[in-house]
Design a protein around this ligand. Structure first.
Ligand code: NAG
Ligand code: NAG
Ligand code: NAG
Ligand code: NAG
Ligand code: NAG
Length: 747
């Protein structure tokens, strides 16, 4: 069985090294009675038992039911209590337990069990961004209702003493809040904090890593004059909704990363505690089927209670992965650049200046010898050992976090690591360059007797090309449901400044003694909280909107991006485009979907009524008979984008996307459809009707988009868009038809 690995989705050069040398952790297994046990999640769908009904022995009725079920399959003398890691009883039904393969099979065949799957390890690897998105500090706000919004952060915990989380001027938590603060002192800003580690829930939720503090402050941090990172990128740091509340669920730890059973426990609590939104900057390299994915399961039950989950789309673009967190009830967020780049200059002895990405706050390194390492160019500590590189600038063509060059005594390093758009924090003067720039430097070194270079400290530069999708941001298609476009949209995720924990050094290797209050990091982990924050902003104006309505508002108002600047994907890389906070507040029309709609879509994807009744907890749930007229398709889901996977190039196809929009703009308004078909005209798009006249708010009107044509062989995808406009608002839905191979499964 392949182990899919989950991790917080910030990127670090260290994680890149791990990935490149392919050190996958084998899943944990212990031996008991000769048979291997491992942690499995037993998913049992909807929770019928109110969590306060007590059974005998100090267990709730739901816990007792889990013990009873598990005891039926144990025959080695052990009892359920020895094996259960968690019982999920508050917002969904299921448990995690140590099981053998034989026990797993028996449980999977039992009534009421939807799926039994191995728990996975998700591996670790100035907010100029808001101004770039046109969302100034002075944007219109609804302060009383913003204070009612509670955002759940499933992450590495939080550093509570950061000024970003001061509760000065905050009233008590909303009365409906049912959360708790375990081994943590909350205030009126951080109103909940819990931690989960392989079944243990008493540990401290304090952030020792930095990731969770960074994401939480991007969502809801107060305005703080940050001073940047050692003066670089100075300015104020702030979250999208400084007035909102935070509840923190720590599931990622330094050594064992983020475990699936802990993630599901966090979702179970967060939803029952009463969060309004969940931010999930964690993921794997490839997506897994919905009911084997703790985040998709947790987010499904969150959705049924009106809670939207916003998730990072993954960092796997250059590493053979695909977009993750792809369930249609989850907002999947790609990462792109802002117009502020952090750059560092290398000036070669021949006068040539190379500009790379850099967070180098060290003084200038003047005219040092430039050298390729003798033993390969990987610059790992082992490969540099035994040689003296004292005072030299090392050229490193492989992932390196700078530790190797630092230990070898180098004065600085120039790196090519496949992510030239990202500035990395290094423990010595450094910059990251493109492959072409690296080759140019090597050529200079090759043909020069005494090659020298000067490394300048980093500075900020204006990038007129932004937004461009990040090198690491994953490309679609969606391998689980190729007919649903993922990622949904893109948000800033490169060189993001936000709060940090003093318990973690900024360069991640502890050698530079740098522990500032803010840090600059990159990843779809950083893009996700921008989208979560904007979802919270929208929620503060429209408290009664469903998760799908909020998602739709963000997606249909996103700014289209330039496909020529984001090679390898177009919409498959950035979805509908770049997040636009101010327009998202007033989208005009929204595409709503509720639990029943997702269930119909799951029927179309091959899940059967028996399973889905357990998931929903309703005997009324039924899939249309397979032999009946039309079984349905993913295209029928009322999704704000439209995607079609055409497996066979050259063949004619025609696909219908029935859609219904809800008027949330002006009561009496008339919308007219425009079709944007920018690429080669391989497809035809028709909309009927092309005019929608609304007479009241929340009125729903339907239309159908028909897309037909044929894609020539070799063409990976084409895109178009339908834009509804009332003259003021633009409600844009990208359409994508692709032939990309989706047979690439996870195991
Ligand atoms: C609180 O957390 C710390 C650090 O994780 C742990 O050592 C301690 O035992 C915890 N305290 C309780 C009461 O569980
Ligand atoms: C060369 O590098 C590898 C690891 O990258 C290391 O195992 C080996 O010992 C190094 N050889 C020498 C001669 O330093
Ligand atoms: C530099 O020299 C090395 C070793 O002679 C050679 O393998 C490499 O191709 C050269 N690179 C360039 C860019 O000239
Ligand atoms: C429904 O799916 C489950 C799991 O794949 C399978 O065990 C069951 O036999 C299916 N039921 C029907 C009626 O097809
Ligand atoms: C595909 O559609 C085109 C345009 O409508 C038509 O000319 C062609 O004959 C069709 N090809 C097939 C194989 O049906």
């Amino acid at each position: 069985m392949g182990t899919v690995v989950f991790k917080p989705l910030a990127i670090s050069v260290l994680a890149a090294v791990f990935f490149l040398i392919g050190s996958f952790r084998a899943s944990e297994a212990s031996s008991d009675g000769g048979e291997r046990q491992q942690v499995y999640i037993v998913y049992m769908g909807h929770q019928h038992e109110p969590s306060d009904t007590m059974a005998a022995g100090g267990f709730t009725a739901a816990e007792a039911a889990h013990h009873g079920l598990l005891n039926q399959v144990l025959n080695d003398g052990s009892v359920a209590l020895d094996r259960i890691v968690y019982s999920y009883t508050r917002s969904m039904n299921g448990f995690a337990a140590r099981l053998t393969e034989r026990e797993r099979q028996k449980l999977a065949a039992m009534e009421g069990v939807v799926s039994v799957f191995p728990s996975r390890t998700y591996r670790l690897q100035t907010t100029r961004s808001w101004d770039f998105l046109g969302f100034p500090e002075t944007a219109r706000r609804s302060l009383p209702t913003e204070a009612e919004v509670i955002v759940g952060m499933i992450d590495t915990g939080v550093w509570p003493a950061s000024p970003s989380f001061s509760d000065e001027g905050f009233g008590p938590p909303p009365a409906r809040w049912k959360g708790a603060c375990h081994n943590f002192t909350c205030n009126n800003k951080i109103i909940g904090a819990r931690a989960y580690r392989q079944g243990s829930t008493g540990l401290s939720p304090v952030d020792t890593e930095g990731h969770g503090t960074h994401t939480a402050s991007t969502v809801a941090g107060r305005v703080v004059d940050s001073g940047g990172l050692a003066g670089l990128a100075a300015g104020s740091a702030r979250g999208a909704v400084p007035g909102a509340r935070l509840a923190v669920y720590k599931v990622c730890w330094e050594d064992d990363r983020c475990r699936g059973e802990d993630v599901l426990a966090a979702f179970d609590d967060a939803v029952a505690d009463g969060v309004d939104l969940i931010s999930f900057s964690i993921g794997g390299t490839l997506p897994v089927p919905y009911f084997e994915d703790p985040a998709a399961i947790g987010a499904f039950h969150a959705m049924t209670r009106g809670v939207l989950t916003s998730a990072a789309a993954g960092n796997s673009a250059l590493k053979g992965g695909r977009v993750c967190n792809v369930a249609p009830w989850v907002l999947s967020v790609a990462a792109s650049s802002t117009d502020r780049r952090l750059v560092g200059k290398l000036v070669l002895g021949n006068g040539k200046t190379i500009v790379g990405a850099s967070i180098n706050t060290f003084p200038k390194v003047e005219k040092a010898p430039v050298i390729l390492p003798i033993n390969g160019s990987w610059c790992l500590p082992e490969s540099l050992a035994g040689q003296s590189y004292k005072g030299k600038i090392l050229l490193c063509a492989g992932g390196s976090d700078g530790t190797g060059p630092l230990l070898a005594g180098a004065a600085g390093t120039v790196m090519f690591n496949g992510e030239p758009d990202v500035a990395f924090m290094m423990p010595l003067p450094a910059l990251t360059v493109t492959q072409d720039q690296f080759t140019e430097i090597v050529a200079y070194v090759n043909k020069t007797r005494h090659p020298v270079g000067t490394i300048h400290s980093a500075e900020t530069a204006f990038d007129p090309n932004a937004p461009v999708v990040a090198s690491f941001s994953p490309r679609g298609p969606n391998l689980i449901s190729p007919g649903i476009l993922k990622p949904d949209l893109s948000a800033p995720g490169i060189d993001i400044l936000a709060a940090w924990t003093p318990l973690s050094p900024v360069s991640g290797n502890g050698k530079d003694n740098g522990f500032p209050a803010h840090n600059i990091i990159s990843g779809t982990s950083m893009a996700c909280p921008h989208a979560t924050g904007v979802a919270a902003y929208v929620k503060s104006f429209h408290h009664d909107w469903s998760p799908a309505m909020i998602m739709s508002a963000l997606i249909t108002t996103a700014t289209p991006m330039d496909p020529s600047r984001s090679p390898g994907g177009g919409e498959l890389a950035y979805g509908a485009g770049q997040l636009d906070p101010v327009r998202a507040r007033d989208p005009g029309l929204v595409y709503d979907a509720r639990e029943d709609d997702y269930v119909r879509m799951l029927c179309a994807e091959g899940y059967n009524s028996t399973q889905l009744r357990v998931v929903t907890g309703s005997d009324a749930t039924a899939c249309p008979a397979a032999s009946g007229r039309r079984r349905g398709a993913a295209a029928d889901l009322n999704y704000p984008t439209m995607a079609h996977h055409q497996a066979s190039p050259g063949k004619n196809f025609s696909v219908r996307f029935p859609r219904t929009v809800t008027n949330v703009g002006a009561p009496g308004s008339v919308y007219v459809a425009k079709i944007v078909n920018s690429g080669p005209r391989y497809i035809r798009v028709a909309v009927a009707p092309r005019r929608l006249a609304f007479s009241s708010l929340l009125q729903k009107l339907s239309f159908t988009v028909t897309v037909s044509g044929a894609l020539p062989a070799g063409n990976q995808f084409v895109s178009a868009a339908v834009v509804w406009s009332d003259g003021v608002r633009q409600v844009r839905s990208p359409i994508i038809v692709h032939t990309v191979d989706v047979s690439n499964t996870t195991n």
